[in-house]
Design a binder for this molecule. Structure first.
Ligand code: ATP
Ligand code: MG
Length: 566
């Protein structure tokens, strides 16, 4: 393809609103343009890479029995009322009305639509299992659209849904899909890891996130040499063993205007791990007291799962006073009536702890679990922190990395089939709910994640598998007939074998073309100019390691064909 005929509007400088390397390079290389906040136009170069990613995913999903289809992008409200998600989804859901005032939403994901299809068309266990998938545009009114197509309000997602007779069959298929996802990540050339995204509180691992490792990632990942890895939001924490001490008698201490753990710890010359922080949360409308060690933080994701609530927020100051009798900073686990108390695993073993006295300006020393206070539930509800030990091998310290979530696999069980009454008849003619899994991949996010991982100061370095063009040919002067002939011949031979080749035929200085070739990032560049042609040679340059060699055009073609076997 000729550069001069394609819409590849490269730029020397990135626009000021491009906030991350990949967004800058995608705009500068002419892959995308921004229409409005979170809405992007994908230009021909971007689309070529996107289609290659799609094809990798398609091949891997077809290989595990997936059937491709297309669902609408607009869904009727009624379906979403059935699952309750019309209200649960909140402001991220784009809602609209038709001319008759009927309400709809733009697809943020498609469980309701696919379950509706299945409940109307699957009757018998003989039709199961089945896996359906699509490449569909998704709309989410993100609170903070940013990082280009990484977190946009309209994006391309591959969403897949599998349906099974029972949990056992789902478990088996989930593993197969997990492996397909691993293959997809490998083929896209990622340094990645699949992390557990389930809380230990629920038990077992029912959800995985596929994380591309990059410092710019929005997710914190923890991992261990032993193979354990998890999203830090969901990583299990171990109970911290405490040194045994003789229980001392409780003493009230005056702590005037000193409320924060650190300040009280200094004031009493004790370390923060001797403290118990008491907090009041409102969980689906009900107050609940939550206890964590002074140097720990509550993990609200874990707490939500444990309590099985969808809404969780810290109570405001007035509610705190009405429940504990003391302002924030002086709360403790004593005398809390009509309120459930949940404590983290590492709280109940603290000997001679310090707690708020539920009285302004007072704390109490030497408080001990069971002797002095009780709780309703003890569970892992804290955030993992830097010196924590791996919950699996219980030996190594956990390591922290940043990641970009590009895919998510999930065992849904009967969550949707129960609320939408999707059932099948088993071999005894008995009606049973269909068991379901769902599997998403952000296809446009993969584009951005690839560039985050693979670029240098000159531009993008495409992995061979998803480069929009495998080769860029730079004829120094395309108007020179000899140069043009060699260029066209090399291009033809590579294209005949199915490679995408870009010829920079523009009437520009060589320096400009080289800069754009680096920016656009094809894995190989062939430069064809008078100087080398005197000896019958062309120059072959690798984008990744920048090495270059002069060789005959035929040799360059056969080397490239070896690298990209078709
Ligand atoms: P995130 O935590 O990043 O918001 P999510 O948990 O909301 O992601 P899912 O609902 O699991 O995402 O969607 C499946 C995939 O879709 C994600 O793994 C991600 O790759 C992609 N994705 C989600 N939101 C966006 C977005 N706003 N822009 C681009 N891709 C997205
Ligand atoms: Mg999200």
């Amino acid at each position: 393809m000729l550069f001069s005929k394609l819409l590849i509007p490269t730029l020397k400088e990135a626009p000021s609103d491009a906030d991350i390397v990949s967004a800058k390079l995608m705009v500068r290389s002419g892959m995308i343009r921004k229409l409005a906040s979170g809405f992007y136009e994908i230009l021909p170069l971007g689309l070529k890479a996107l289609r290659k990613i799609e094809n990798i995913i398609r091949q891997e999903l077809n290989a595990v029995g997936g059937q491709e289809m297309v669902l609408p992008l607009i869904f009727p409200k009624e379906l979403w009322l059935e699952t309750g998600r019309w209200s649960v989804y909140g402001k991220e859901l784009f809602r609209l009305k038709d001319r008759k005032d009927a309400e709809f939403c733009l697809a943020p994901t498609a469980e309701e639509a696919i379950v509706d299809l299945i409940r109307k068309n699957i009757r018998s266990y003989k039709q199961l299992p089945i896996m359906l998938y699509q490449f569909g545009i998704k709309f989410r009114d993100e609170i903070r659209p940013r990082f280009g197509v990484m977190r946009s309000r309209e994006f391309l997602m591959k969403d897949a849904y599998s349906f099974h007779v029972d949990e056992g069959d789902l478990d088996k298929y989930y593993k197969i899909m997990f492996d397909a996802y691993i293959n997809i990540c490998r083929r896209c050339g990622f340094k990645f890891c699949a992390v557990e995204a389930a809380s230990g509180a629920i038990g077992g691992s029912f959800s995985h996130e596929f994380m591309v490792l990059a410092n710019s990632g929005e997710e914190d990942i923890v991992w261990c040499k032993c193979g354990y890895s998890a999203n830090s939001q969901k990583a299990e924490s171990l109970k911290i063993e405490q040194l045994k001490e003789e229980f001392l008698s409780m003493t009230e201490v005056f702590t005037p205007n000193i409320g924060s753990v650190d300040d009280v710890a200094k004031f009493l010359s004790l370390s923060p791990d001797k403290f118990i922080k008491t907090m009041v949360y409102i969980a689906d409308g009900n107050p609940i007291a939550v206890l964590v060690r002074g140097d720990h933080e509550v993990n609200e994701v874990k707490l939500k799962l444990l309590l099985n609530v969808s809404d969780l927020a810290l109570a405001d100051g007035q509610i705190v006073v009405s429940i504990t009798g003391a302002p924030v900073g002086f709360m403790g686990p004593f005398g809390l009536k009509n309120i459930k108390i949940v404590a983290d695993l590492s709280v109940v073993d603290i000997p001679n702890a310090v707690v708020g006295a539920n009285k302004k300006d007072y704390h109490i020393k030497n408080v001990n679990y069971r002797r002095d206070y009780n709780v309703d539930l003890v569970a892992d509800i804290r955030r993992i922190k830097h010196d924590d030990v791996c919950p699996r091998c219980k030996q190594e310290k956990l390591r922290f990395s940043r990641g970009i979530e590009i895919g998510h696999t999930f065992k849904l069980g009967t969550k949707y089939s129960k609320s939408m009454n999707a059932v099948y008849l088993d071999s005894n003619g008995k009606e049973k709910p269909i068991v379901m899994g769902c599997y998403g991949i952000g296809v446009t996010r993969i584009l951005a994640a690839t560039i985050e991982q693979s670029h240098d100061e000159d531009g993008i370095i495409w992995p061979e598998s998803i480069a929009p063009f495998e080769v860029t040919i730079v004829p120094i002067d395309y108007a020179d007939l000899r140069i043009k002939n060699v260029t066209d011949k090399v291009c033809e031979e590579l294209s005949r074998k199915g490679l995408d080749v870009l010829i920079d035929d523009r009437d520009e200085r060589a320096g400009v073309k080289f800069k754009d070739a680096d920016l656009v990032g094809s894995p190989y560049r062939i430069t064809i100019g008078e100087k080398n042609l005197i000896n019958g040679n062309v120059e072959l340059k690798s984008r990744r390691d920048k090495s270059s060699r002069c060789l005959k055009p035929e040799a360059a073609v056969s080397e490239i064909l070896e690298i990209f076997p078709r």
